[in-house]
Design a protein around this ligand. Structure first.
Ligand code: BGC
Length: 295
């Protein structure tokens, strides 16, 4: 039997098939139908289902169940997305809608929790008992591995470490609160700060900083300093063995990691700082994690 996993993001919906040995056999993606409502999203998921079965030469009978990863808080028990601001999903009964469309049991998970599960199962957090996965993209996502298992929140809402307040009354966050870590440490922050200088997106700012442009350097250094404060606080809270960082910003490699490790070490309460590494499951982490929670 195989499992299907969806990673539903604000730009694309990616889907994949995982076999019983946890190998990702096939994947496909389609644009997220922005502004068209949840039924359009479910219909894209149905199209992806058909495509995957065709690619993998499978029938519906080969599929045991599906999982869906979403960028927001969830009601685990009822399979409802409570708030995913980037998708404009609020109290959306996604599991039920997908279950009807696919005629399979469907489980729901936060996207960063899915990524943490994948990294703990087959990636950079493999073998750890206490570790943290932080995804740095449009938002900041976080997944916690505690005692060797994904911690999905005390009330089943998932955890939202990206919305811990880093600066009291600070920059506006997409969630409506001011000063969240996400407003300072997401790739979007680099893009926003770089825009007045003519750079488009985080990568252009990082490239310019690497080439020695003083404005880009100062934006990048401030970003590293803020991200360092955030990670040091997470270290102080959980004393993890390892932190893995995912998301496009990691493409900066040692240009980001070297100053970041130094910054976190300076601010961490403990005598030694845990390892900070790059996540290894990349863009597939959400799909793999979503498959792993499927029946
Ligand atoms: C959401 C999280 C999500 C993260 C990454 C945040 O804005 O609140 O649930 O994990 O973005 O997508």
């Amino acid at each position: 039997m195989v499992r299907i996993g969806y990673d539903i993001g604000g730009t694309n919906i990616a889907a994949g098939v995982l076999d019983a040995q946890n190998n990702l056999l096939f994947k496909q993606s389609l644009p997220f139908p922005r502004g068209m409502g949840v039924d359009a999203v479910v219909s894209v998921c149905q199209d992806l289902y058909g495509k995957l079965l065709k690619d993998a030469n499978l029938t519906e009978a080969d599929v045991s169940g599906a999982g869906a990863a979403v960028p927001g808080s969830i009601d685990l028990e009822n399979g409802v997305v409570i708030d995913a601001h980037n998708l404009d999903f609020h109290h959306t009964p996604l599991c039920e809608l997908l279950r009807k469309a696919l005629n399979k049991p469907v489980s729901l998970i936060n996207d960063a929790d899915a990524a943490a599960l994948a990294e703990n199962g087959v990636g950079a957090l493999k073998g750890t008992q206490t570790s943290i996965l932080i995804t740095i993209g449009t938002g900041i996502g976080g997944g916690l591995i505690l005692n060797g298992k994904l911690f999905r929140g005390g009330r089943g809402n998932g955890t939202e470490p990206g919305h811990m307040v880093l600066v009291n009354g600070g920059r506006a966050c997409t969630c409506g609160i001011h000063g969240c870590a996400e407003a300072y440490c997401a790739a979007t922050r680099l893009a926003k700060d770089g825009a007045p200088f003519g750079w488009h997106g985080a990568k252009e700012v990082i490239d310019a900083a690497r080439e020695g442009n003083p404005d880009a350097r100062s934006i990048f250094e401030q970003f590293v300093d803020d991200l360092g404060s955030y990670l040091a606080s997470l270290v102080n809270l959980l004393d993890p063995e390892r932190i893995a960082i995912g998301g496009g910003v990691c493409g900066a490699g040692r240009f980001l990691l070297d100053p970041l490790r130094k910054n976190v070490a300076e601010k961490c309460f403990f005598e030694t700082c845990p390892e900070i590494v790059v996540a290894t499951s990349g863009n597939d982490a959400g799909i793999i994690g979503a498959c792993l929670i499927a029946e």
